[in-house]
Design a protein around this ligand. Structure first.
Ligand SMILES: *[C@@H]1O[C@H](CO)[C@@H](O)[C@H](O)[C@H]1NC(C)=O
Ligand SMILES: CC(=O)N[C@H]1CO[C@H](CO)[C@@H](O)[C@@H]1O
Length: 286
């Protein structure tokens, strides 16, 4: 009798272990970076370095889509035999360069993609909707055009500016008003200017790919979900790298908002959105 009970118990435990093993994460964290801040941070840590930036920057860019178990980080590197292959994403590479580019000029062009795929993509692949390299990277492109922070923050009068500062509440509210959920907002500390600068915004998605609050995720500081101070946050508009000044203009932001609104109304696919934004870029340089 006791043996039978034990066997039943062991079987139940095994079934449970298999069930929880097959679902390794709760949410996807979609992290976008503000390329100007990423570049400033890179230069602070590596004064000899330089950044890959576009002359007329129009957008935040993707850092990654990170499967995450609440209350912890990761999982990561879920399948070490699934190597990144550039050929798989050849068709969307022009978009990836613009929206998911590697900002560190000294690293190979594909370095960020390779890293994100191996560390996070192989874990995201647990979902049928993300179970290939191309699906993983296309999802990023779709989301970066849909969750366009230049437009979303701009609509709340939050513009890139090297002197004006914003509160954490300003930024949080702008995003919450638009998408109905709390993001996690990260800053870097610029020791040269002694200011906190807006660097990353994380938006969270459940396993059905619906946006959810980011409560429960662990930020870079391990303690809070976003590490920006309550006030005095700079959303930098310019950076000097490789002997050139890169800056974001207010005029460009306004155009971006207009295009984003049009795209929301008329586009259904990420490709349409992407073409709209590329189009707006050409329009301004004409
Ligand atoms: C890991 O990746 C390899 C190579 O793509 C694939 O054949 C295998 O099915 C993957 N394993 C799991 C558990 O997903
Ligand atoms: C609107 C805007 O900032 N346009 C700039 C785009 O880039 C070219 C070349 O770098 C500049 O000359 C334009 O002023």
């Amino acid at each position: 009798m006791k043996l039978v009970l034990n066997l039943v118990l062991i079987r139940a435990l095994l079934v449970h272990a298999r069930a929880s093993w097959s679902v390794q994460w709760d949410v996807l964290i979609f992290t976008q970076q503000w390329p100007i801040t990423s570049c400033i941070d890179h230069l602070i840590h590596n004064p000899q370095a330089s950044c890959n930036l576009f002359p007329n920057m129009t957008s935040w860019t993707i850092h990654g889509i990170w499967p995450t178990k609440l209350g912890t980080k990761g999982p990561s590197f879920c399948n070490n035999s699934w190597h990144f292959q550039e050929i798989q994403i050849e068709k969307i590479e022009p978009y990836l360069i613009k929206y998911w580019g590697n900002i560190y000029a000294e690293d190979p062009r594909t370095s960020l993609w390779k890293h994100e795929w191996s560390k996070h993509g192989t874990c995201a692949a647990e979902l049928p909707t993300l179970n290939s390299e191309v699906k993983y990277f296309e999802k990023g492109l779709e989301w970066v055009t849909q969750y366009d922070y230049v437009a979303v923050l701009g609509k709340s009068n939050i513009y890139p500016h090297d002197i004006k500062s914003y509160t954490r509440e300003d930024i949080n509210t702008a995003i919450k008003d638009m998408f109905g959920v709390d993001p996690a907002v990260d800053c870097i500390y610029n020791k040269k200017t002694k200011q906190h600068e807006l660097s990353q915004i994380k938006l969270c998605f459940d396993r059905s790919l619906h946006v959810v609050n980011c409560d429960g995720i662990i930020g870079d500081d391990e303690n809070v979900i976003g590490n920006c101070p309550q006030q005095g946050i700079i959303y930098p508009a310019s950076v000097r790298t490789g002997g050139k000044e890169y800056s974001y203009s207010r005029k460009l932001t306004e155009l971006r908002i207009q295009r984003w609104e049009e795209a929301q109304a008329t586009c259904v696919s990420w490709l349409c959105h992407a073409l709209m934004t590329v189009y707006s870029l050409m329009w301004i340089t004409l």
